[in-house]
Write a protein that binds this ligand. Sequence first.
Ligand SMILES: C[S@@+](CC[C@H](N)C(=O)[O-])C[C@H]1O[C@@H](n2cnc3c(N)ncnc32)[C@H](O)[C@@H]1O
Length: 271
Amino acid sequence: MDTAPQGNAQKPATAARMYDYYLGGIHNFPADREAAEKVIAQFPFMPVLARANRAFLRRGVRHLVDAGVRQFLDLGSGIPTVGNVHEIAQENRPDTRVVYVDIDPVAVAESLEILDGNEWATAVRADLCNPRAVLDHSEVRRVLDLDQPIGLVMAAVLHFVPDDAEAYDVVAQFVSALAPGSYLLASHIAAESFMPTSDQMKTASDVYQRRTTTPVAARTRSDVQRFFAGLELLEPGVVWPHEWRPDEDVPAEFADNPQHSGGWVGVGRKI
Ligand SMILES: C[S@@+](CC[C@H](N)C(=O)[O-])C[C@H]1O[C@@H](n2cnc3c(N)ncnc32)[C@H](O)[C@@H]1O
């Protein structure tokens, strides 16, 4: 993707395009690949981890659609690759509405290109740390009915909100704006994955801090459970990605070292 348009070779790395690179996508530039390789040097299992997160997202969305959810607000949605929320949700229910939100203009532009002609899905550029701006966005209001249940997706994004008070407050504000019967589906980098080699985490974190505009912070399992405060946490609770209602074989990498799957995931229901 770095051959056109002109100037992409100089573009600084972004978290969205680095993630695309981990997933084997084509929507990344030289700076993204270089920064991502630095992270992979510390965590060789990063690409497997990204795919495990993506697989959890697919299973979680399918579960919510089966539970009757017909609208999704995907915060920090990234660059659309195969198995996106709208593809999964609209597979069985073509009228499912989806709004993708990302801070990265490239991710939003790519999303809009892919969604061209899809009347029930759109993408907007916004900072999830400003919930009111997201919820009041004209496109969000046009596509979603906030009086009806919504699947709020925050997959692999809350670790980009390093300040604890801000992260918990942001989630609480979104959840309080949702109708009963809504769900929060979240995944988050696990602090436990990187212990006791916390130097590795620091190196990876430094790559994000210096090369992208988004710093990153891992959290523990109990920290992640706190995001679901006040919600009914669905079984099996907050677990490693491959442990959440698996529908395929667990990668050998994770069977022996579950912490290598890198994140904590969970789904909670607003009563
Ligand atoms: C690792 S990707 C996750 C993509 C997708 N949710 C998934 O799990 O496959 C994280 C995304 O969050 C976005 N992001 C980071 N901070 C954000 C913020 N404050 N508001 C909106 N998006 C943000 C990044 O641009 C990136 O696209």
